[in-house]
Design a protein around this ligand. Structure first.
Ligand code: PEP
Ligand code: MN
Length: 333
């Protein structure tokens, strides 16, 4: 019986705990024919090699991501950090314009804004739908910015194809596989939120529904998961961000707004996202959160957002992961 222990030995730095003591190896080498002991050693070595393989795969994954997704001229997953900001819902032309121009002035790169909303209650505001299309066209054109917005149904993809630069898949739709497959046939990027009770593995496999159909431009978004904790809306799973960065080739961003649900805590979680290695954030902002038709409790004011951007800029500079340059000059005017 031949025991191939040399490869494992050579890769020893990555798998010290599986390296056989030399006395055991000598014993193995000198033993002719299979024995119970040999079989155990072979099993251990196989496990060792498997461990090495996993570790090598992991160490090959580097930050930045190998798949860089360009949205409206900004690379997500490359060396720079991207900020997507705007209201939870587009409520009126005036509200969307005021929010969008405010976040642009404070350094946001891309806009967010819900056209169709997935609300827990059917009596809650469901979004303006088609009535907001002209508002989106006007604001995006005037500010020269691109919109990330959720599609909740395959039929909506075509309806907003010309006005939305990146399709968001909401937490509640993460396992809508027909929607994922249809988005996989599109040429525009997809921002895939993690389901509120989804395992990381389910989230990653959901992304494969899109990529398998041909669209490689997928951005993962951790937006908090449901845990036993009730003091905050959800629990931001920073583990998931670190895990997805190491174990997938996709960019990973964080939504601190839905993760915590409390305005005063949103900036701290945005800083944590930057520190853990996220490629960007998507944040809710409203000029007057008390008047917001959805998610007012977690919306930053324009002033909150501007202050957060200044601190985020300093943190990102310190960790050598600067914000994209666009609009940056306007942060300091
Ligand atoms: C949203 O972005 O407004 C939203 C509804 O997010 P989620 O799907 O993460 O709840
Ligand atoms: Mn929201």
């Amino acid at each position: 019986m031949r025991i191939h222990w040399f490869p494992c030995r050579k890769r020893a730095p990555a798998c010290k705990k599986f390296v056989m003591p030399s006395s055991v190896m000598l014993f193995c080498r000198s033993t002719k024919g299979p024995s119970f002991f040999n079989l155990i050693v072979v099993k251990m070595l196989k496990q060792g090699r498997e461990e090495v393989r996993i570790m090598e795969t992991q160490t090959m994954q580097t930050s930045p991501s190998t798949q860089i997704v360009n949205v409206g001229g900004f690379d997500i997953g490359g060396p720079n950090f991207t900020v997507i900001a705007g209201p939870c819902s587009i409520e009126s032309q005036a509200q969307f314009m005021e929010t969008a121009s405010g976040v642009k002035a404070a350094g946001a790169h891309l806009l967010r804004g819900g056209i169709w909303k997935m609300r827990t209650s059917p009596t809650a505001f469901q979004g303006l739908g088609a009535n907001s299309f002209d508002m989106v066209r006007t604001v995006c054109k005037e500010l020269n910015m691109s919109l990330v917005s959720e599609v909740t149904d395959v039929r909506q993809i075509e309806e907003v194809y010309d006005i939305v630069e990146c399709f968001q898949v909401g937490s509640r739709s993460m396992q809508n596989y027909e929607l994922l497959k249809e988005l996989g046939r599109q040429k525009k990027p997809v921002l895939l939120k993690r389901g509120l009770a989804a395992y990381i593995d389910e989230w990653i496999k959901a992304s494969e529904y899109v990529t398998k159909m041909g669209n490689q431009n997928v951005i993962l978004c951790e937006r908090g998961i449901r845990t036993f904790e009730t003091a905050t809306r959800n629990t931001l799973d920073l583990n998931a961000v670190a895990y997805a960065k190491k174990n997938t080739h996709l960019p990973v961003i964080v939504d601190p707004s839905h993760a915590v649900g409390i305005r005063a805590l949103v900036p701290d979680l945005a800083y944590a996202a930057a520190a853990v290695g996220a490629d960007g954030i998507i944040v809710e902002v409203h000029p007057r959160p008390a008047e917001a038709l959805s998610d007012g409790m977690q919306a930053l004011t324009l002033n909150d957002f501007s202050m957060m951007m200044k601190k985020l800029d300093r943190i990102l500079t310190a960790i050598d992961r600067p914000l994209h340059k666009a609009h940056k000059a306007e942060v300091y005017v």
